[in-house]
Design a protein around this ligand. Structure first.
Ligand code: UDP
Ligand code: MG
Length: 315
């Protein structure tokens, strides 16, 4: 198969990346050369000059389109906003901080031309990220794969290229808790990896501190697996069994006069069981909270402004 690209859409979310907008636009332009493309920059409610830098770029080049969200909605909703505004036959999602080099896009396109529908970039090496981040990230991918059974490649991020039919399948998933890289695997189609070296941030700092990373990982796992709920059930059964076995033991111990002072043991057992109950209740709560988020049916994001779109999308 040898497909021809009509229009290529490149979608990049940016949150407080004022110093990266211009270099990013330049690198994309240089990397894509004469290809027919549109570059959709999503300003995720930045409080710095990101929006103005984007607007200036869009004024120079009509291929650059801006979606400015009404506030900071977060990386995954911002990315979704960009994807929903893309009109291309082939779509690339890429981080807007230049950690994902735009120069990899032509290589991804080559795989698409050969007939692959989803081409994901895999980090061979991560520059400028702490050992802690590398280790926790690896741990996360491994855990995610084991718990969900989803074939999400270790070290693959959101940097990926998708055929229009794959994107449409992705956008048909209306869930609020979005783990886009997992969802692009879940939809199926032919998938292939392209290796790359994850660069250092061009400027600024990560918008994913540990707290947000943990939340994101839990979001990812809960949106693809209800295994944690099964752990809760398992713990329940396990401790009931222990208690059940303890009944004859205490009777025997009573008559053999083995246990005399049971106060510390009792306290430990009460605390342990109380702790386990709270944890399992918490796990259930996490799911209930997410169910609540889903049933509210709120839009994923609110658009504040659009630049260089021919007709404002009617949503
Ligand atoms: N981002 C966003 N909204 C947010 C947080 C991040 O649009 O609330 C963007 C950010 O500007 C960057 C991309 O998402 O282009 C990835 O975020 P970041 O670089 O902070 O994450 P990391 O690469 O450190 O995992
Ligand atoms: Mg980054």
């Amino acid at each position: 198969m040898n497909r021809e690209v009509g229009l290529l859409s490149v979608v990049a979310p940016m949150y407080e990346e004022e110093d990266t907008v211009d270099p990013f636009v330049e690198r994309v332009e240089a990397a894509l050369g004469d290809l027919d493309y549109e570059l959709i920059l999503v300003n995720d409610g930045s409080k710095d000059r990101t929006r103005d830098a984007m607007a200036a770029a869009a004024a120079r080049d009509p291929r650059i389109k801006i979606v400015s969200l009404a506030r900071n909605f977060g990386h995954q909703p911002a990315l979704t906003a960009g994807l929903e505004h893309a009109t291309g036959d082939v779509i690339v999602m890429i981080d807007g901080d230049l950690q994902d080099p735009p120069e990899v896009i032509p290589e991804m396109l080559a795989r698409w031309r050969e007939g692959i529908d989803v081409v994901y970039a895999v980090r061979q090496q991560r520059l400028g990220e702490t050992a802690f981040k590398r280790i926790t990230a690896r741990g996360f991918y491994k855990t995610f794969r084991r718990l969900t059974g989803l074939d999400l490649a270790v070290e693959s991020g959101d940097f990926r290229l998708m055929d229009r039919k794959a994107l449409n399948a992705l956008l048909a998933m209306p869930e609020r808790n979005r783990f886009l890289r997992g969802m692009t695997v879940w939809i199926g189609f032919s998938q292939m990896a392209v290796p790359f070296v994850r660069q250092e941030r061009h400027a600024g700092v990560t918008k994913y501190p540990l707290r947000k990373m943990l939340r994101f990982s839990f979001d990812a796992i809960t949106s693809f697996s209800s295994r944690p709920l099964q752990w809760a059930t398992f713990l329940g059964f396990f401790f009931s069994l222990v208690a059940f076995l303890a009944i004859p033991l205490t009777v025997i111990a009573r008559y053999a006069n083995i246990f005399e002072r049971g106060v510390p043991t009792t306290i430990i057992v009460v605390l342990l069981l109380g702790g386990i109950q709270l944890i399992t209740l918490g796990i259930i709560g996490e799911y209930v909270g997410r169910i609540y988020d889903e049933v509210k049916h709120r839009p994923l994001y609110v658009v504040g402004e659009r630049i260089n779109f021919k007709e404002p999308a009617d949503r």
